[in-house]
Design a protein around this ligand. Structure first.
Ligand SMILES: [Fe+2]
Length: 391
């Protein structure tokens, strides 16, 4: 067996009430990076209260917006440079946790704030963190898995159409992740559906596109199985504590799998759809799912078979497995209210065709694992997203 490494947060607490683990991390000054929703619904106050009781002075930066811009992050980093925290926490959905990571990166390395996007992407990989602070991620949605990855996604709004930029630094893997479903309990059904479907896509995409690997496969397939079964329950009855906990923990498992494997075309294309048409991330990857996954058939025929069987389907062969799997996921989207077509998501043909070339080039250029056929093939797949054909 080849020697491999599994990247996971240094400490990962999960279970109802896991946020109390913060009490075991004494320090002096904590900066909480979050958004206005968390400030209003009491979650930010709850975390700040625990930190106060543990002896911290606490400041909150609650200016994170969806698809966070660089300007927002720089405002947070300037607050950190003034306040000098020894602990930074990201509390919220993926945007808040990603924003918190880059606030931390800039706080430890202020010279990065002067760089253009390309330089930032390159230089961010090389610098060190942990000279000034540690980082804790507390997800309040069950989706991105960012609490378990060393990656942050920012939006470059200066580009036309806007593009998402991946900032990666192995030191950005959170020191502590707290997966406490009490923070997900207040999510409205549409957010539960969008973010939970994103987690499910991390799991299935990771399983299909990566070479076999023990930990990654097991985490991915288990998370896929659990999300497929429990996400509809969490969407239709947000008070179902068991469903909330299962979905919340599975989202982190899928995040660990995707961090140690990779996502693929579904995410490459989904990021472009999300940025170009301002579609929520979970919906944009749902729209790219059929076209992006079917590219891997028949290359990954055995993986389609295993995945289909994992959710109780009984396919006759690999081809049948791919068809049944995609059909089951379409059924799930219907059940939880995620648009099935790009037209349903409110995009006109004129708008779509105006940016299809640039989306294909960006999806190829920014891909973690670019496909050998290049942007032309991705353009073909985007056309399938428009027509709704999956093969
Ligand atoms: Fe995602």
């Amino acid at each position: 067996m080849a020697i491999r490494k599994l990247l996971i947060p240094q400490e990962l607490f999960y279970g109802w009430g896991a946020v109390d683990a913060l009490r075991n991390w004494p320090g002096k000054r904590a900066l909480l990076v979050t958004d206005k929703i968390m400030a209003a619904n009491g979650h930010a106050g709850k975390v700040a209260g625990i930190l106060h009781e543990t002896g911290y002075q606490v400041q909150t930066f609650d200016g994170v917006e969806p698809e966070p811009s660089r300007e927002t992050i720089q405002r947070g980093a300037k607050q950190a440079l003034d306040f000098k925290p020894d602990l930074i926490l990201g509390l919220g959905g993926g945007s808040c946790i990603d924003a918190g990571k880059v606030v931390w990166l800039f706080y430890e390395n202020p010279q990065l704030m002067e760089l253009d996007w390309t330089q930032l992407r390159d230089e961010a990989r090389r610098v060190k963190l942990h000279q000034k602070a540690r980082y804790v991620a507390i997800p309040t949605t069950s989706g991105t898995g960012s609490e378990a990855t060393p990656v942050a996604i920012l939006s470059n709004h200066e580009s036309t159409p806007p593009v998402k930029v991946r900032i990666v630094n192995m030191d950005m893997l959170p020191d502590m992740a707290i997966c406490d479903a009490q923070f997900a309990y207040t999510m409205p059904p549409s957010v539960t559906a969008d973010t939970g479907f994103d987690a499910l896509v991390h799991a299935i995409e990771c399983f299909i596109v990566n070479k076999p690997s023990e930990f990654v496969d097991d985490l991915a397939i288990k998370a896929f199985q659990t999300l497929y079964r429990w996400l509809p329950k969490a969407v239709h009855n947000g008070q179902d504590k068991e469903a909330r906990e299962r979905v919340h923990i599975s989202a982190t498992m899928a995040g660990i799998a995707a961090c140690n494997g990779t996502t693929g075309l579904v995410h490459d294309m989904g990021h472009q759809l999300g940025s170009a048409f301002k579609i929520a991330h979970g919906r944009s990857v749902a729209l790219a799912l059929d076209a992006g996954l079917s590219y891997f058939f028949p290359r990954a025929e055995g993986r389609f078979l295993e995945a289909a069987e994992a959710i109780g389907l009984r396919p006759e062969d690999g081809k049948d497995a791919a068809v049944r799997l995609l059909s089951a996921l379409t059924g799930l989207r219907k059940e939880i209210g995620i648009p099935l077509t790009i037209q349903e998501a409110g995009v006109s043909e004129e708008l779509f065709m105006a940016v299809i070339d640039s989306m294909a080039v960006n999806a190829h250029t920014l891909s973690i694992r670019p496909i050998p056929e290049g942007p032309e093939k991705i353009r073909e797949l985007f056309l399938k997203v428009w027509t709704g054909q999956s093969s």
